[in-house]
Design a protein around this ligand. Structure first.
Ligand SMILES: Cc1ncc(COP(=O)(O)O)c(C=O)c1O
Length: 378
């Protein structure tokens, strides 16, 4: 029976964390243990996460951003180098390239899933290209094989891709280094944090050296490299360990929500989800639709505003980084990237979290249907 639909009474958060008593208890236990900084829980997280993705090494860090930054440094990226990346990402992906003294070279994305277009990447390689930093947008693995075939170090931004599998290979054990985020909205959420996984012991060792300023035992210490302070606290590692233990349970809830969205948007002309490749496992981190203003009767911004008035929180993943002020001003000769630029005006992420109930998702769908009816005149 069709429910009578009306405006939701309270705001549906876009992506609230799914925190249970286990996480709360684990934090309390860590606080009672007397060990707050990186310690036994961080080490356990590193080995469990590495085991989950099938990599030899896991290195826990303060953020996904730090994971990418230190991975690029470990790959030898430095001043004057170029690093190929995608414009459809969180700006951190490009910022870390700048922090290495290198130049981000944005290449256009594929229409189907807004992941980096391997042909565009191949065309952008120059003598100065030092590495490639692709993103698995929303949890759909990018097409890694043709990128790896370019023969350059690939460092993956897997902030959205904890559970992703690319053509039978688990993301996290494919390229030189894979960078995950434990940010509050992520599929394994600690609030803040990041992890690099790698099979390369030298890369792992370099990142371990760089993440803490101080190295050595007791009161004697030495500095062999001007390192950072990018380690993870045991308090956050304790949360991440609980979340990792529930990763498949949470994925199952998101899978149900995604199926509900798929069925609903199939009936709404002009509102289309990004493609998911059946050869891969998609991490279902985000449910991104593209809104074609002509067929949907209104543009993305109007939909987002109106959904907010309906008490439905949404987000945008992503505005093309090369169009943001810093990048526009610093790299004024950046060529146009037509696919990314159009997508930046059309993408809208609908609420998706294992903390949402089926009724929450139904509220979001009802509101979207109502607005589509109003805007598209159906
Ligand atoms: C695609 C992408 N890359 C990198 C990051 C940065 O991760 P963190 O916030 O853990 O630094 C995020 C989001 O947080 C992201 O969505």
């Amino acid at each position: 029976m069709q429910r009578l639909s009306s405006r939701r009474k309270t705001l549906l958060s876009f992506q609230p964390p799914a925190i249970g008593e286990e996480e709360i208890e684990a934090v309390a236990e860590t606080l009672r243990s007397g060990w707050l900084t990186s310690g036994p829980r961080t080490e356990e997280l590193e080995s469990r996460f590495a085991e989950y993705v099938g990599a030899r090494q896991g290195i826990a860090l303060a953020s996904g951003t730090a994971a990418m930054h230190l991975s690029l440094l470990a790959a030898g990226v430095g001043p004057g180098d170029e690093v190929l990346t995608t414009p459809i990402t969180w700006p951190a992906t490009a910022n870390v390239i700048v922090h290495c003294g290198a130049r981000p070279v944005f290449v256009d994305v594929r229409e189907v899933d807004l992941n980096v277009d391997p042909k565009a990447a191949a065309a952008a390689v120059t003598g100065g290209t030092k590495a490639i930093l692709p993103v698995h947008l929303a949890g759909q693995p990018c097409d890694l094989d043709p990128l790896l075939a370019l023969g350059l170090p690939v460092i993956e931004d897997a902030a959205h891709a904890t559970e992703s599998v690319y053509r039978g290979r688990k993301v996290g054990a494919i390229s030189l280094a894979t960078c995950f985020s434990l940010y509050a909205t992520k599929n394994v959420a600690a609030g803040e944090g990041g992890i690099v996984t790698t099979d390369d012991d030298e890369v792992a060792d370099t990142i371990r050296n760089l993440r803490l300023m101080r190295r050595g035992e007791g009161s004697l210490y030495d500095v062999t490299v001007a390192g950072f302070k990018a380690n993870l606290s045991d308090v956050l590692a304790a949360v991440a360990l609980c979340q990792l233990a529930k990763v498949e349970e949470h994925a199952e809830i998101r899978r149900r929500h995604v199926a509900a969205y798929d069925a609903a948007v199939a009936e709404l002309p002009g509102i289309e989800p990004l493609a998911r490749d059946p050869r891969d496992r998609h991490a279902l981190h985000l449910y991104v639709v593209r809104i074609d203003a002509e067929r949907a009767g209104a543009d993305r911004d109007a939909y987002q505003r109106s959904l907010r008035e309906e008490n439905i929180g949404t987000s945008i993943h992503f505005l093309p980084v090369h169009r943001l002020t810093y990048y526009r001003e610093r790299y004024p000769d950046q060529p146009r990237l037509p696919v990314a630029e159009r997508a930046g005006d059309e993408v809208l992420s609908l609420p998706l979290s294992p903390a949402h109930s089926d009724a929450d998702v139904e509220d979001a769908i009802d509101a979207l249907r109502r607005l589509h009816g109003r805007f598209a005149g159906r």
